[in-house]
Design a protein around this ligand. Structure first.
Ligand code: HGY
Ligand code: MN
Ligand code: MN
Length: 412
């Protein structure tokens, strides 16, 4: 079979087109199920259909495009893809790269009439960035969300996921029926920017991911009492931000007490009712915490909740905790690491084996099928910021390693 490669200039234009949806000054704000996300989904459907392919959306909003081999087959498909949602004021490459490269893969397989022995499916996972739950779409592929868990999921604006899905005109009940059986996927491969500086500092072209960090999350609500900011003496207040602030100041010590690799972040704080001259009645903290071992994440969660409870007690507050389910750390498939290394080497690229400190849908997919990830360098290691950047040469190189890997998996 002759060498099939991606169309680098088309890949660049699809990435640039996608970046129009939710565009900020130099990045994108395209959180899942927002108006910008809905526009991007509609654009993607039109792109797929213009290529003579069709796009299917499951109940939670994952998108699928399948290229089937000639003749009927019930062989499990090779999946590849990523996500098109972004963090608020994020970059143009996180998730977009792996999604648009997957579009390029299904386009090239069709155009070049590659003799497939099994289907290839492009997948775009919903809400990877966890506006409602980290890795929402891939989690919903691995296990069904029970209706009560689904009904309790809230976004960063405190809106309900079920309202967001209903607002798009989707059947909310279908959101709990998206799990796919283990064995129905032959392999999963995701291309992504590194989001760190390991490749750049080691001058390697391609990262071959060995494992992905595990993630926990949840919400703490400290409740006190609203009072007048001018007339209530400091000693008489029950200000929930005092407890919340004291708790946050302890995060470095709490993580250090668990392990050297543990991290914990609060990226969203809200106070209610929210008046400059009102002692708040409620302070809400959204937490993200990670480590390389499941037991360490569980211990970290226990330590965080205990510290919150102690801080609340010291300030006469109540605190409630709503947990997100933990996404397990995941070792990736060694056979796929070997395959990616050999495809990259065959294209003249240097490679480096490395773990991922960022979460990816691949860690859920690894429970369904052998899974591999390909990283390309991120300039300055910057990500989750409009400063996110990778060169077009690296984008094309990564996409060709992805295409070569998918072709190897789907033709033998
Ligand atoms: O949060 C993460 O690590 C990923 O970028 N969603
Ligand atoms: Mn991200
Ligand atoms: Mn990502």
């Amino acid at each position: 079979m002759k060498d099939v490669t991606v169309d680098g200039s088309r890949l660049r234009s699809t990435l640039e087109e996608l970046a129009r949806f939710g565009a900020t000054a130099s990045g994108v704000s395209r959180t899942s199920f927002s108006a910008a996300d809905a526009e991007a989904r509609a654009w993607l459907r039109a792109e797929v259909e213009a290529s003579g392919l069709s796009l299917r959306t499951d109940g939670i909003g994952n998108l699928f495009v399948t290229v089937a081999p000639a003749g009927a087959t019930d062989a499990p498909a090779v999946w590849t893809g990523s996500h098109i949602d972004s963090v608020p004021d994020g970059g143009r490459f996180d998730g977009a790269l792996g999604s648009m490269a997957a579009l390029e893969v299904v386009r090239r397989l069709t155009e070049a009439d590659v003799p497939l022995r099994r289907p290839v499916t492009m997948v775009v996972f919903a809400d990877e960035e966890g506006c409602y739950h980290h890795l929402l779409g891939s989690t919903a592929l691995v296990r069904p969300f029970p209706p009560d868990e689904l009904a309790a999921l809230r976004g960063r604006d405190d809106d309900l996921l079920v309202d967001a899905l209903g607002g798009l005109g989707w059947d909310v009940a279908a959101a709990g029926r998206t799990a796919v059986p283990a064995g129905s996927v032959h392999a999963f491969v995701e291309l992504h920017i590194e989001q760190g500086a390991v490749l750049e500092t080691s001058s390697a072209d391609i990262g071959v991911v060995t494992s992905i960090v595990g993630m926990g999350g949840g919400r703490l609500e400290f409740t006190g009492r609203a009072d007048h900011a001018g007339t209530t003496p400091m000693a008489m207040r029950r200000d929930p931000l005092r407890g919340a602030g004291e708790f946050l100041a302890q995060l470095p010590d709490i993580t250090a007490s668990i392990s050297e690799t543990a991290v914990a972040t609060c990226g969203i704080i809200g106070v209610e009712p929210g008046g400059a001259n009102v002692v708040p009645a409620l302070a809400r903290l959204q937490l993200d915490f990670r480590d390389v071992r499941r037991e360490a994440i569980e211990d970290l969660e226990t330590a965080l909740v205990a510290a919150a409870s102690d801080a609340a007690g010291r300030h006469g507050l109540e605190v409630t905790h709503t947990r997100d389910s933990i996404t397990d750390p995941a070792p990736l498939d060694s056979g796929l690491q070997d395959l990616i290394e050999s495809v990259a080497a065959g294209r003249g690229h240097s490679t480096r084996l490395m773990p991922s400190g960022a979460g990816h849908d691949a860690q859920n997919m690894s429970r369904l099928a052998p899974t591999g990830m390909i990283f390309i360098p991120s300039t300055g290691g910057r990500s989750h910021s409009p400063a996110e950047h990778s060169s077009w040469a690296d984008v094309e190189a990564g996409a060709n390693v992805l295409l070569g890997t998918v072709i190897a998996l789907a033709t033998r």
